[in-house]
Design a protein around this ligand. Structure first.
Ligand code: FBP
Length: 557
């Protein structure tokens, strides 16, 4: 296999581990701490997780450990969207297992949770692992978005565990996948089968975190990759002085990515979905925010700029939220009839009968491409696929329209030429930064230690992440601790609560204090490419979000 020079050099990178995990395994003891309570709905959750609720938070400390030498059979699953560092979680888990007992075996389930259900797997050998150390991507075993939900799927997972004689399964995933891990752990105990389940916190979106999970892995590398690109665009804009760039950023409903990129690059405008939702900011107000910056900058002769838009913002704009909800409800009832209609116009007339006048007027006035995305691009449940809507293009059209009016009124005299971008896939498989390479390897190694300690229903936790790696703390928390009850398709279900941007948190407040200045003036920062080799102040810095959160809440977010 041909590989790049950087990849070859990264193979030799030795991830930094917390000091405790560098000890001989026999000297790493499990310390049980306080009993963990869920964030809310404790009563309901106790009933759902009769066997796995209310376990203690655990840490690894110096002491005797008599359980680490056992031969183990462990399965591993990569679940959901790719995030830089997944291969290092697997490498850390593999190295821990082999250090414990050279005969232990790591089984990689292929294509996500479906691999477990369908018993499709590969045995991971040292040769394979060595080809993926410190690399991006999930391609070593692939990922998938299948959820283990139905009784048949749970039973099939148990069947696979029995066939392969699995001591444990590690599920590397986001909030949904770790919810699945918690349910699977409970199911195995309930069915009296000893396979342990351990989760690992993954997602570039950064929305799986709490006091003990300070960040999800992949966020660091993804935001640094996007910030490099945004910085480059800012510099180009400031050189050519003729384009406004509208950049949509991944992150689903959470705006952590957009916020961190704003802190790293200082664009003219950045929207935060959580603020749009909280303050019920309308389309008209959003366009006012943009045109205000465009007009004021044009007055200074600066007909260029950079605007960041979180992927999920569209569904938080009140009138759009209402339209999407009404469309989803209508499709739920009349989906079949709607599908029979061939043209866009026929579909529009059909909806006139079922959605409110306000929503219908909004739909009619949207640029046709966007309206079509709303009506045609639907998921298997008939719901609008919000992430596929070109919000960045929609905002460009609406801004152009408003600027025309302002020009007619003599308020605006500038030029408005634009480009739209969508950054998401560019960062999900980037080579992990040193931070993610170290963090992920530590998470994987810690997962092994949790397995060796006989725990189930836990998520690997490595914290104190703004300190040098040797001072990181390794341990685990019960998955149920991150859960609450939420309505899903009309039924109350236990789920891990998404951690959205907190408007009273230090990262947002820092951004809010500076954004007015950034809107009018050119304050761009150019973070440049991720550096893998060089001084720690260039190569090993965590995100601004993490630093600000840790400084304001030394105990965690
Ligand atoms: P996870 O939550 O599974 O980590 O995925 C994150 C993400 O990258 C989101 O930011 C994005 O909305 C989504 O995945 C896109 O995934 P897909 O390509 O499967 O639609």
């Amino acid at each position: 296999m041909e590989i790049s020079n950087l990849q070859r050099a990264r193979y030799t990178y030795s991830p930094k581990l917390p000091a405790i995990l560098r000890e001989e395994l026999e000297n790493i003891a499990l310390k049980r701490g306080e009993l963990a309570e869920a964030i809310s709905d404790q009563g309901d959750l106790k009933l759902f997780f009769r066997n796995t609720y209310g376990k203690p938070i655990v840490n690894f400390e110096k002491g005797d450990n008599l359980h680490v030498g056992k031969k183990l059979n462990v399965g591993v699953i990569l679940s959901g969207g790719q995030a830089p560092g997944g291969h290092n979680v697997i490498a850390g888990l593999f190295d821990g297992l082999k250090k414990g007992n050279a005969e232990s075996q790591l089984i990689g389930f292929l294509g996500g949770p479906a691999g477990l259900i369908e018993n499709k797997y590969t045995i991971l050998t040292a040769d394979t692992i060595d080809q993926y150390r410190n690399t991006g991507g999930f391609d070593v075993i692939g990922s998938g978005r299948t959820k283990i939900e139905t009784p048949d799927q749970f039973a099939a997972s148990l069947e696979t565990a029995k066939k392969l004689n699995l001591d444990a399964i590690v599920i590397i995933g986001g909030d949904d996948s770790n919810t699945n891990a918690a349910l699977l752990a409970e199911y195995f105990v309930e069915n009296d089968y000893p396979t342990q389940i351990i989760g690992c916190p993954k997602t570039i979106d950064g929305d799986l975190k709490n006091e003990y999970i300070e960040t999800s892995f992949g966020f660091d590398t993804a935001v640094k990759t996007y910030s490099e690109l945004i910085g480059n665009i800012g510099r180009d804009a400031n050189s050519a002085k003729k384009y406004w760039h509208f950049i949509k950023l991944m992150g689903r409903s959470a705006s952590h990515i957009a916020l961190e990129c704003a802190l790293q690059t200082q664009p003219n405008v950045c929207f935060i979905s959580e603020e749009v939702s909280e303050k019920q900011i309308s389309f008209a107000q959003i366009i006012d925010i943009i045109t205000n910056a465009v007009v004021k900058r044009a007055d200074k002769g600066e007909n260029f700029g950079v605007i960041l838009i979180p992927e999920g913002m569209i569904e938080f704009i009140p009138e759009m939220k209402q339209l999407i909800e009404e469309l989803n409800d209508t499709m739920g009832v009349y989906g079949r009839e709607f599908e029979q209609l061939n043209s866009f116009i026929e579909r529009l007339y059909f909806l006139d009968r079922y959605i409110s006048e306000t929503s219908y007027t909004l739909l009619k006035n949207l640029p046709s491409q966007i309206a079509e995305q709303l009506l045609i691009d639907r998921d298997p449940h008939g719901n609008v696929q919000v992430s596929r809507i070109d919000t960045e293009k929609l905002l460009i059209r609406m801004t152009e329209k408003r600027l025309k009016e302002l020009k007619a009124q003599g308020v605006y005299k500038g030029k408005f030429a634009t480009f739209s971008h969508f950054f998401g896939y560019e960062g999900r498989c980037a080579a992990p930064s040193n931070f993610d390479a170290d963090y992920c390897y530590s998470l994987g190694f810690t997962a092994f230690m949790l397995i060796a300690a006989g725990l189930t229903g836990y998520i690997s936790s490595v914290r104190n992440l703004t300190a040098p790696a040797e001072q990181w703390i390794a341990g685990g928390i019960p998955l149920t601790m991150m859960m609450n009850m939420e309505q899903r398709h009309g039924i109350k279900k236990p789920v891990i609560k998404k951690a959205l941007v907190e408007l009273d948190g230090a990262p947002f407040k820092t951004f809010r204090a500076k954004r007015e200045q950034w809107a009018i003036n050119t304050c761009y920062l150019f973070p440049g490419a991720i550096q893998y080799f060089g001084p720690p102040e260039v190569c090993d810095q965590p995100t601004k979000t993490l630093v600000l959160e840790k400084t304001s809440h030394p105990k965690g977010v």
